[in-house]
Design a protein around this ligand. Structure first.
Ligand SMILES: Cc1cc2nc3c(=O)[nH]c(=O)nc-3n(C[C@H](O)[C@H](O)[C@H](O)COP(=O)(O)OP(=O)(O)OC[C@H]3O[C@@H](n4cnc5c(N)ncnc54)[C@H](O)[C@@H]3O)c2cc1C
Length: 485
């Protein structure tokens, strides 16, 4: 036996084409980054930052331009939390753990999306991946032309693998969708989500199922390298003769570094982006103002379980915002064994109402309290307007029509309101510096080279979930910057 083995030539060693990786993603030290002047430096790696980094890498492939990225948080998870069974099963216990996410300020309602997830990937490690587009009537309220918005939605949906998958085409989804269509709600649809249902490519690279910004970063690295430092918190912007010149960054043990850059994209999420801008003394009447989001209402309905087949499958339906409907409803199955024993099935409706963009709703710096980095804490002033409340009242009225359309009725518990979800808009894009923080490409009015690409730059975006629009606009901003070069 021994002799036969020895008669074969030895196999060649594995091929290694680049430097060895010692992390799941290549990292660069802040020391090294402080000796480079970047063409573009991105602050934050969540929904907006990830999309901007991906697009910059595509557009600046083979150019020798230098791209740097700083992320305040650590590598907490390497993929969306739903891709990790132990976290997915205990989602709330994990997400609300103060070591994982924190509420902001002293006056902001403590909601899922008004917490901060300071980590590589930001809140996209936890999001629900619901990705509708703004309807045409809503796009008309933004400074972006309709056709351009559609182009960037196409690009964002392609990279994020947005679809209305057949896998949802379960008996329950199909039956309820047809009931909606036949009973006066023809716009009801399967919920678009950023979930990759393509079969695993055995032998090739496995795609992740649930999309997070980590996939944006991977897509960027596939095109070209960029320098990334984690646990590197941007604390102050630095200018030179009215232009952006760099940013001061600190490590968790408060060691400061100055990073130089010709262009900076702030994608630190709505709270941190506006805090950085205000603390750095960037001027603008609209900065911190026009805070928007959604009034978020939850309704319960029941339908007859006995009319339905034994196997139901999942339920993800959407009644979208339209020109006449200033809200959207997400429809899902509520697990309730007591109801099922009575021969009923619980169906939940999450209503997202449009909120007016008003100057007086704002984020601002606390006059005295500071964080451990010496940066003032953020506070919020927010109230709903008469118009916002009329939309909530309409949701509470229309739910009876939707329940009837699927052959059911509204049931206890009574509807409840979670104030302001999907917060956005405090640095909104627009033409007039008197009522917008950036120009229509996300550049801060009057500060060449300083851009914003995250939820804070959203113009009035209606009742749709924000992240697809955040990503589409971030990609457009990256194209604009690459075009300027
Ligand atoms: C549980 C949950 C479910 C959701 N479901 C949906 C959904 O189905 N559909 C949808 O459209 N939206 C959903 N959202 C909202 C969505 O996650 C956010 O709208 C989106 O992630 C916002 O992107 P962003 O870039 O503005 O911020 P983030 O994704 O929060 O990214 C900000 C990044 O900046 C980093 N950072 C912060 N401060 C600094 C600093 N000083 N220096 C350097 N880096 C910094 C953070 O660590 C983070 O990486 C959900 C949110 C949550 C929490």
């Amino acid at each position: 036996m021994k002799e036969r083995y020895e008669s074969f030539p030895p196999c060649p060693p594995p091929v290694v084409t680049g430097p060895f990786m010692d992390q799941f993603i290549p990292l660069t030290s802040l020391e090294q980054m402080s000796s480079t002047e970047y063409d573009v430096l991105v602050v934050g790696t969540g929904g907006g930052g990830g999309a901007a980094i991906w697009r910059l890498c595509q557009q600046l492939k083979g150019t020798g331009k230098k791209i740097g990225v700083v992320e305040a948080g650590p590598i907490m998870l390497q993929t969306h939390s739903y891709n990790l069974p132990t976290v997915a099963q205990n989602f709330s216990n994990y997400y609300y753990n103060p070591k994982i996410t924190k509420p902001i300020g002293l006056t902001m309602p403590d909601l899922r999306d008004s917490r901060q997830a300071i980590a590589l990937g930001g809140k996209t490690l936890f999001w629900d991946m619901v990705t509708p587009r703004m309807p045409p009537s809503q796009i008309a309220e933004t400074p972006v032309p309709y056709n351009e918005m559609q182009t960037y939605y196409n690009i964002a949906e392609q990279i994020m693998k947005v679809n209305k998958p057949d896998a949802y085409d379960s008996p329950l989804s199909r039956i309820l969708l047809n009931r909606f269509w036949e009973n006066g709600v023809p716009e009801a649809e399967i919920t678009p989500r950023a979930i990759n249902f393509e079969p695993v490519n055995y032998g090739g690279v496995n795609p992740t199922v649930y999309f997070s910004s980590i996939s944006f970063l991977a897509g960027g690295l596939e095109a070209r390298p960029f320098d990334l430092a984690v646990q590197a918190r941007a604390v102050q912007l630095l200018g030179d003769h009215g232009r952006i010149a760099g940013v001061k960054v600190m490590t968790p043990d408060k060691k400061p570094y100055i990073l130089r850059a010709k262009n900076i994209i702030l994608s630190a999420g709505i709270f941190e982006t506006v805090r950085l801008l205000l603390y750095s003394g960037v001027q603008g009447r609209a900065l911190g103002h026009y805070l928007i989001g959604h009034s978020y209402m939850i309704f319960s309905t029941v339908i007859n379980r006995r009319d339905l087949p034994a196997t139901l499958g999942p339920l993800y339906l959407l009644i979208p915002q339209t020109a006449d409907r200033p809200y959207q409803m997400q429809i899902y199955r509520r697990q309730n064994e007591m109801l099922e024993q009575k021969g009923e099935l619980g169906i939940g409706f999450s209503g997202y109402g449009k909120v007016e963009s008003r100057y007086e709703n704002r984020l601002y710096l606390h006059p005295h309290l500071k964080d451990e980095y010496g940066v003032p804490l953020l506070q919020a002033d927010f109230s709903f307007s008469e118009k916002d409340r009329a939309i909530m009242a309409r949701m509470a009225q229309d739910i009876h029509q939707y329940a009837a359309a699927i052959g059911g009725r509204v049931a206890p518990p009574d509807p409840c309101l979670h104030t302001l979800d999907h917060v956005a808009g405090v640095c909104r894009m627009g033409i007039d510096p008197a009522n917008s923080g950036t120009d229509p490409y996300g550049q801060i009015h009057g500060v060449p080279g300083l851009y914003v690409a995250d939820a804070s730059v959203l113009p009035p975006y209606g009742a749709v979930n924000p992240t697809l629009t955040i990503a589409a606009l971030a990609i457009r901003t990256a194209d604009h910057i690459a075009g300027q070069m």
